[in-house]
Design a protein around this ligand. Structure first.
Ligand SMILES: [Zn+2]
Ligand SMILES: [Zn+2]
Length: 336
C-alpha cells in the first residue's frame, strides 16, 4: 500500500500531494500510523536545499508522533497500537564508539529521518523501531511531537554542558525552540532570562518560566545584563552582536548555539581567555537522552505550545514557520 504524503518536488517549491511505495519492513523496523508531525526550521532548510543534502521529491518532517501499525519480527520492545515518537534520526549503526556510548546523534552513519528518506509529512512512516520512543501518557500527541526535535535540542545542552540548578540561564530567541528552552531551564531549577526582539512575547516568556525579559533589539538592555549568566542558549537563525552576549556571561560561562546564524561567528579570542568562557554547539541527542527528556517533560508538565493545522493545509503552516509567525510550533494533524 502506497504511503500518502506531501512532498516538495524541487528546491524552494510548495509542497504537493505525493505517494510512494515504502521499503520492505526490516526485522527491526516498525511502521507508524502518524497522527501528528511538528514543523521544524530544519524542514524549511531541507525544502530550500540550504544544506545541499536534499533529494527530491522531499517529504519533510522529523517531529513525528503516531501509533505502531506493524512491527518487524525482531522487534520486542514495541507492540502494535503503542504510541511512539520519532525525531531527527531514524537509524544509526549502533556499533561505533558514539553509538556504544548512547550518543547515536554523533554516529558518522546516522540516518536522518527526512534526509535521503521520506519523513513525517505523511500518513505513515517506516523506521528502525530502536529509534521510536514511547510517549508518556501525560503528554498530548500534538504537544509532544515538537519535543522529538525541538525539545531534545534544548534539553541536551543542559545535561551535556553540566548546567546546574544554581546557574542562571539565558535563552536567545523565544520561538519554537526558545519557548521550550525557557520551560526546560526553569524546571531544571535555573533562574532564566529571555532575550527576544518581540516585546509582545514578554508575558508569555514569563509564563514559560522566564524571571527576566530583555528586549534584544535594545543594545542598552543587553549591555545591562553584563556578567549575569552562566549559560546562554541561542536558538536564532540571524546574526547578532555575539560579543555583547559573551559579555553577558559570568566567568566560566558558555554560549551554546543550537540555531544557525547566517554568518560565521566572530569574537576576539580575549573574550574566551579573559573569563575562561566557551562557545559550543549542540545537535539533538542520543537515544538515552531523548527517553530521559520525554520523562522529564511529562513529570514537569513541559509541552510545546502549538498551532495544529490539517496536513492538507501544510503550505499555510510552512509559511507561518518561514515568517516566524508560529506561536510557537506548527503541528500538522493527519487525516484519521
Ligand atoms: Zn528539527
Ligand atoms: Zn554509530
Amino acid at each position: 500500500m502506497k504511503v500518502e504524503a506531501f512532498a516538495a518536488p524541487s528546491a524552494r517549491s510548495a509542497l504537493q500531494p505525493w505517494s510512494y511505495d515504502p521499503a520492505p519492513l526490516g526485522p527491526e523496523d516498525i511502521e507508524i500510523r502518524i497522527s501528528h508531525c511538528g514543523i521544524c526550521h530544519s524542514d524549511i532548510h531541507l525544502i530550500d536545499d540550504d544544506w545541499k543534502v536534499s533529494r527530491y521529491p522531499l517529504v519533510p518532517g522529523h517531529e513525528i508522533v503516531g501509533h505502531v501499525a506493524s512491527v518487524g519480527p525482531a522487534v520486542r520492545h514495541l507492540r502494535i497500537g503503542d504510541r511512539v515518537g520519532v525525531g531527527w534520526l531514524r537509524g544509526a549503526c549502533l556499533n561505533c564508539e558514539a553509538c556504544r556510548r548512547g550518543e547515536e546523534n554523533l554516529c558518522p552513519n546516522g540516518q536522518a529521518t527526512c534526509v535521503g528518506a521520506h519523513g513525517g509529512f505523511a500518513q505513515r512512516i517506516r523506521v528502525d523501531g530502536r529509534f521510536a520512543f514511547p510517549i508518556p501518557t501525560a503528554l498530548k500527541s500534538e504537544n509532544a511531537a515538537p519535543l522529538l526535535c525541538g525539545g531534545i535540542t534544548v534539553y541536551a545542552p543542559l545535561v551535556n554542558f553540566e548546567v546546574r540548578p544554581s546557574h542562571r540561564v539565558g535563552v536567545i530567541g523565544i520561538g519554537g525552540l526558545g519557548h521550550l528552552a525557557l520551560q526546560f531551564a526553569a524546571k531544571w531549577g535555573c533562574e532564566v532570562t529571555a532575550f527576544s526582539s518581540s516585546k509582545n512575547k514578554e508575558s508569555e516568556a514569563r509564563r514559560f518560566g522566564a524571571s527576566h525579559f530583555i528586549n534584544s533589539s535594545d543594545a542598552h538592555q543587553v549591555a545591562r545584563a553584563k556578567s549575569s549568566l552562566d549559560f546562554i542558549i541561542s536558538t536564532v537563525h540571524v546574526d547578532l552582536d555575539w560579543v555583547a552576549y559573551m559579555n553577558c556571561l559570568r566567568p566560566n560561562g558558555t554560549l551554546c548555539f543550537v540555531g544557525v546564524p547566517t554568518k560565521p561567528i566572530s569574537v576576539p579570542a580575549f573574550q574566551l581567555i579573559g573569563g575562561q568562557k566557551s562557545i559550543v554547539g549542540s545537535s539533538t541527542g542520543g537515544r538515552p537522552r531523548i527517553a530521559e527528556m520525554l520523562e522529564f517533560a511529562a513529570r514537569h508538565g513541559i509541552e510545546a505550545q502549538t498551532e495544529v493545522i490539517p496536513l492538507s493545509d501544510v503550505n499555510q503552516a510552512v509559511d507561518r514557520v518561514r515568517s516566524n509567525q508560529a506561536r510557537y510550533r506548527m503541528v500538522l494533524e493527519m487525516p484519521k
